[in-house]
Design a protein around this ligand. Structure first.
Ligand SMILES: Cc1cc2nc3c(=O)[nH]c(=O)nc-3n(C[C@H](O)[C@H](O)[C@H](O)COP(=O)(O)OP(=O)(O)OC[C@H]3O[C@@H](n4cnc5c(N)ncnc54)[C@H](O)[C@@H]3O)c2cc1C
Ligand code: FES
Length: 268
């Protein structure tokens, strides 16, 4: 099979999440994947861009939660339910879920970075008895920028799930925490020596969160970071996504702090 050829599928449902972020539910499951892997999504006649599915690997549909930032995403946001897109993948390595078993799992997300973490969270919840407790710490710019608002109350009810949100700037209705995501990392109620911390968000958030986790005592090899580098081929051929000695498309997209800490500005 030609690895550059996308599988065509239709957009089944469009769910606006925030003013700039939308979830696209695709019809059926053109590709199988494991949490952490990504795919290239094609807008026909425009181009393709890499995205990590936000849906559970066990779900029957494939979903992506996407922020409108540039050429491909602008055109994607002009599409309607029933329109055709292409998908190729999966690419990269999944999270090593076997290594998380019998441990707490500490998930930290910022902005649209919650999208791949949602897929991870749903995969963990599917086998929740295998883990001690799942923590989510999520920060958005304002209450309007919080993704999955309609799902969070259900997730909060799941036994052994602990969710805490914060916004940089509140509004008159917001009763929760205010401050950047690191402000809700002051108390980390896990066994820091063994717990994996999984982080995804904008570059500055990744940088300061990683620093906070290192200071708190997390092992470098237990801090898992989603590296969102520019990509082209997705299969380790074009050199676009190189970070130090790693190809993010092949060796990532999730690398540990141990892998990247000696690289200058790994999050840029
Ligand atoms: C493995 C991987 C997984 C990803 N998963 C997701 C996901 O689940 N959801 C999602 O929304 N995005 C995700 N991204 C980021 C996504 O690939 C880019 O946002 C996308 O390639 C932008 O394409 P474009 O053609 O619309 O923008 P371009 O035309 O390429 O860029 C236009 C402008 O936007 C800026 N820009 C590009 N990307 C971003 C960004 N992420 N944030 C802010 N500014 C940006 C560029 O610097 C440029 O100035 C992922 C990236 C990788 C590598
Ligand atoms: S995107 Fe081509 S080598 Fe990684």
């Amino acid at each position: 099979m030609n690895p550059y050829e996308p599988i065509l599928t239709k957009i089944k449902k469009i769910i606006p999440e925030t003013p700039t972020i939308t979830t696209f539910v695709l019809d059926g499951k053109p590709i199988e994947f494991e949490a952490g892997q990504f795919a290239e999504l094609t807008v026909l006649g425009v181009g393709e861009a890499p995205f990590t599915p936000s849906s559970s690997p066990y779900a029957k549909d494939l979903e992506f939660t996407i922020m409108k930032v540039g050429r491909v995403t602008q055109k994607l946001f002009e599409l309607k339910e029933g329109d055709t897109v292409g998908v190729r993948g999966p690419f990269g390595k999944p999270y090593p879920l076997k290594e998380f078993k019998k441990k707490d799992v500490f998930i930290v997300g910022g902005g649209v970075g919650f999208a791949p973490l949602r897929s991870l969270f749903l995969a963990l919840v599917e086998n929740i008895k295998d883990y001690k407790k799942i923590y989510i710490r999520y920060g958005a710019r304002t209450p309007k920028d919080i993704v999955y608002k309609y799902l969070l109350p259900e997730w909060q009810k799941i036994k052994n799930v602990d969710i805490l949100l914060t916004v940089d700037v509140g509004d008159e209705e917001w009763k929760g925490r205010v401050g950047v995501v690191t402000t809700i990392l002051d108390e980390i109620p896990v066994d820091i020596k063994t717990t994996p911390a999984i982080v995804c968000g904008p570059p500055l958030m990744m940088k300061f969160t990683t620093q906070r986790l290192v200071d708190a005592g997390f092992k470098d090899s237990n801090i898992y970071l989603s590296m969102e580098k520019n990509m082209s081929c997705g299969i380790g051929k074009c050199n676009h996504c190189r970070v130090g000695r790693f190809y993010v498309c092949k060796d990532g997209p999730v690398l540990t702090w141990k892998d990247v800490k000696d690289i200058e500005d790994p999050f840029l």
